[in-house]
Design a binder for this molecule. Structure first.
Ligand code: SF4
Ligand code: SF4
Length: 359
């Protein structure tokens, strides 16, 4: 038998290199712009060192796009733009044009087709969200549905520059995985330990890996009705839901007891200060599809107070840092409850991450 001495070339299966799809002018000056400006909400202009300019027009999309909407967006790009588009992390679509005269007709074409132009500078940009019921196996709510309901009500805030600084909102449909962290985050919160279907555990779950998955060691193997199964020490369980993905018979989603929680003040940026973790400000909010009115009302209230009270260019975390958490609760009218207190065993190390004590 012949020995193979040559290595097989790897088959590329990840994201293709984005540079090949970029507008030629953007590629030419990539990473080397002199400056950029914001002529109006939803439009950026980048100026190169040799004076060449490129305009970017940003429109919001719902992220999970059907083929017809995607085609429509591409047709607009071909007809009114230069034929180049890209999506931002927050599911906005951006069109790049090298001729200023194309900007207004492009905006009009987008708005006539029902899309909204905005999301730049000190606006509330698109909410970044996880997949929800469409294609994940563990969601406790539909993050994309929360986004649709909420952005319908924040439409004007997307289109205009009303906020003291940028607002990044995120939503997440379980408590543990691709969860949100942002200026305002709307995340699922389970409030009851999982219910175990003992007839299925032995056939469906790898028990050692489920036991290993629990962050507080609340799961142990057990024999139930003569079958190998698992049991949960409910006193220890923090209702995180981490056992449910590897073991679907440990059902934790529940129409009544799966709630939403709102967290504020998360910031990845280190432009003016250190990045910050967000902190819980409202818990036990009903998970109420299809419009989630209770969660939306709280988010709108926080935004209203932030708009009125923050100084220009303060992000939400900077604003709260200045006024302090007690004043945040006073001004927003949100009740401070026992659920805001981090009473976890390991809290000694994480007290500084909760809203009730700062040092
Ligand atoms: S947040 Fe959780 S439920 Fe939602 S898509 Fe991610 S892993 Fe799935
Ligand atoms: S919900 Fe979380 S804490 Fe409770 S048993 Fe499952 S993994 Fe452990």
């Amino acid at each position: 038998m012949a020995l193979h001495t040559e290595h097989r070339a790897p088959i590329e299966s990840g994201c293709p290199d984005g540079l090949q799809y970029m507008h030629p002018l953007m590629r030419k000056h990539y990473g080397n712009w002199a400056y950029h400006e914001d002529p109006r909400p939803g439009v950026l202009v980048h100026v190169a060192k040799n004076g060449e300019k490129i305009w970017t027009v940003r429109a919001g999309t719902q992220r999970i796009l059907d083929l017809f909407t995607l085609r429509k967006l591409c047709e607009i790009g071909d007809e009114y733009g230069d034929g180049y588009v890209r999506f931002t992390l927050r599911s906005n679509i951006e069109y790049m044009v090298a001729d200023e005269a194309k900007v207004e007709p492009l905006i009009k074409a987008l708005e006539d087709a029902g899309f909204v132009v905005g999301g730049t500078k000190n606006s509330v940009t698109m909410i970044s969200h996880t997949q929800g019921w469409l294609h994940c196996d563990i969601p406790g709510t539909d993050a994309s549905g929360v986004v649709k309901a909420m952005m319908d009500e924040l439409y004007e805030e997307f289109k205009s520059w009303n906020m003291p600084n940028r607002v990044h909102i995120t939503t997440s449909c379980c408590q543990i995985n691709c969860g949100g962290q942002g200026d305002i985050a709307i995340n699922v919160q389970h409030t009851k330990p999982p219910k175990i279907n003992h007839d299925l555990v032995a056939n469906v779950c790898e028990r050692p890996s489920v036991v290993a998955r629990c962050p507080v060691a609340a799961i142990r193997p057990a024999l139930v009705n003569g079958k190998p199964s698992l049991e949960v020490d409910e006193k220890k369980c923090i209702c995180c839901g981490a056992c449910y993905p590897p073991c679907p018979p440990m059902q934790i989603n529940d129409a009544e007891h799966t709630k939403l929680a709102i967290w504020v003040g998360g910031n990845h940026s280190n432009a003016r200060g250190r990045p910050t973790f967000h902190k819980l400000v409202a818990a036990g909010i009903p998970n109420n599809p299809p419009r989630w009115p209770e969660a939306t009302a709280i988010v709108k209230r926080i935004l209203e107070v932030y708009r009125e009270d923050a100084k220009d260019w303060e992000r939400i975390n900077d604003w709260i840092e200045r006024i302090g958490w007690p004043r945040f609760f006073e001004k927003t009218g949100l009740p401070f409850t026992k659920y805001h207190i981090n009473n976890w065993l390991g809290a000694r190390r994480s007290l500084n991450a909760s809203t009730h004590i700062r040092f």
